[in-house]
Design a protein around this ligand. Structure first.
Ligand SMILES: Nc1ncnc2c1ncn2[C@@H]1O[C@H](COP(=O)(O)OP(=O)(O)OP(=O)(O)O)[C@@H](O)[C@H]1O
Ligand SMILES: [Mg+2]
Length: 498
């Protein structure tokens, strides 16, 4: 390989067809004289085209077509000509400088075109660059020990790729890609590992597919089976008004049920009256509203909201679900799956408002440890202002969110700016590609070129988990049941017997 040119953060290399280098691969350009290097990533490849080469190829074609006998080539010049025609130009982005086998920031210098050595960097070596340790990628620094590896997939040559749970802790992540590309699958592998390390994870599950985490393929319980709790609104997920308290209920009424401000004030007046007599329940709220002396419009607004609350099944007068109890009972970590696959859109919004408000309240009071939140297609149930909240306030209190979506434009630019990690699966739609290329933390050309041609189950990992060295991986095979296949008519439907 040879350096052809350098332009801003881009280096163009000449490579022969036989050199097995492809998109996403890392190369190290070592300048022998100055004993420093540049770590570059191939993001595109093209033929080496010159006018004379083209004319040469045409001439060859014409001669081949015209001659009936084998051409006489005692000096084997034809072979060399073929190699020249197959030469490739590799477009590479400079990702980092290298000095004394460590990553550095010095990237604005020109390596020698004559004497530089260029070689492929394998995953092991890249790992050691990323995590700053020896060739095995083990961490040696004591100020930031990383001791919780998560195997998320494989590199091109089948080597395992590991990220560290510490790099997800306190972070904001996004998993995105087109439908069926393997997003939820990756999310499940990460959830599984986090749970094994004793983390508390809440999942907003729209397809009721995460329950499979509790089981292995052979039908037995998985290693984290005992930590999995599946709750559905109305089934398992039921709260008393008393436990939730005014804050979460007010948020739910305001944001999920659009209650007018005047009605909300009246609601809490009735609430206080009932609470002072220890009679707080949905049914007594409904009774009180009916007999309350107030404006008819306000009464109507209240009655309709109360009936929606009653119908949602989220409230009970009996035993309430208590988040702090779930966590206390599972001292080694828990996966709480909120199955919203069967819930109506309004019940989804109510559930999420109640749950997130309650979680923030408990975190504020220091009653629960920080939690990881995995939100599938969050734009379907999270109000717009919540996004900001999640990335600023909630993160501060200890809710570390991973958004999973196939609609990158559903996420606002202000969220993109604060993302720490992006797991990017294939997109072919131009608009989606454009959006994600503009918003992600690496240059738009790399994202567009690499992501457009990613096969299913492959993703580009960007951000702090890979120490800002974007990496293309194939996601790992699961040990647990992944569920989540889309139901099909012709595959799932057994014919009704005749
Ligand atoms: N690495 C993998 N190994 C084996 N199977 C996989 C892998 N990645 C994904 N799959 C399978 O491919 C299918 C689609 O994956 P998945 O459900 O994760 O896609 P998705 O991107 O979440 O799709 P959707 O947008 O519909 O939610 C699933 O059946 C999943 O089990
Ligand atoms: Mg999915």
């Amino acid at each position: 390989m040879r350096i052809i040119s350098k332009e801003r953060d881009e280096i163009i290399l000449l490579a022969l067809h036989s050199e097995e280098i492809g998109k996403g691969d890392y190369l190290l350009i070592e300048d022998v004289d100055s004993r420093r290097g540049l770590l570059v990533q191939v993001y595109d490849e093209e033929y080496h085209n010159t006018q004379s080469l083209l004319e040469d190829m045409i001439r060859d074609e014409v001669v081949n077509a015209a001659s009936k006998c084998n051409s006489y080539d005692p000096l084997e010049i034809g072979d060399i000509a073929r190699i020249v025609r197959d030469a490739r130009l590799l477009r590479c982005k400079i990702r980092a400088g290298v000095e004394d086998d460590r990553l550095g920031h010095a990237v604005s210098w020109l390596p020698s075109r004559v004497s530089s050595r260029i070689r492929r960097v394998d995953i092991l070596e890249l790992n050691s660059f990323m995590h700053g340790g020896g060739r095995e990628g083990m961490i040696t620094t004591t100020d930031n020990p990383k001791v919780h590896p998560i195997k998320i997939g494989y590199g091109k040559d089948g080597e395992s790729i590991t990220i560290y749970a510490e790099d997800l802790d306190g972070k904001l992540n996004l998993i995105t890609g087109k439908k069926g590309s393997g997003k939820s699958h990756l999310a499940k592998s990460i959830v599984k590992s986090l749970a094994e390390y004793g983390a508390y994870i809440f999942i907003l599950d729209l397809n009721n597919e995460y329950l499979g985490l509790a089981w292995r393929h052979d039908g037995g319980k998985s290693s984290i089976g005992d930590k999995v709790l599946f709750l559905e609104p109305g089934r398992g997920l039921r709260f008393t008004l008393d436990y939730l308290g005014k804050g979460p209920i007010a948020n739910m009424l305001k944001y999920a049920l659009d209650i007018p401000a005047a009605s909300l004030r009246e609601f809490f007046r009735i609430w206080d009256a009932l609470a002072s007599r220890n009679r707080l329940s949905i049914s007594s709220l409904i009774e009180s509203v009916a007999s309350w002396r107030s404006n008819e419009l306000v009464k109507d607004a209240l009655a309709s909201r109360l009936h929606m609350m009653l119908a949602s099944g989220l409230f009970t007068d009996g035993n309430s679900l208590r988040v702090e109890d779930i966590i206390r009972e599972r001292s080694n970590g828990a996966i709480v799956i909120i199955g919203m696959g069967k819930a109506t859109p309004v019940v989804r919004r109510m559930t999420v408002e109640l749950l997130l408000s309650k979680l923030v309240e408990l975190l504020e009071q220091g009653k629960i440890p920080p939690i990881f939140l995995f939100a599938e297609e969050a734009h379907l149930y999270l109000r717009d202002t919540y996004w900001e909240d999640i990335v600023t306030r909630m993160r501060h209190f200890g809710i570390f969110t991973t958004f999973i979506t196939n609609q990158p434009d559903a996420i606002s630019d202000s969220i993109y700016r604060q993302l720490d990690n992006i797991f990017l699966f294939n997109f072919t739609n131009e608009n989606d590609l454009e959006k994600i290329a503009r918003a992600s933390m690496v240059d738009a050309e790399s994202v567009k070129s690499i992501v457009r041609t990613l096969p299913v189950k492959h993703c580009m990992v960007i951000g702090s988990v890979v120490n800002n060295l974007p990496l293309v991986i194939m996601t790992a095979q699961p040990e647990v049941l992944m569920l989540g296949e889309t139901k099909r008519f012709f595959i799932n439907n057994k014919r009704i017997s005749t």
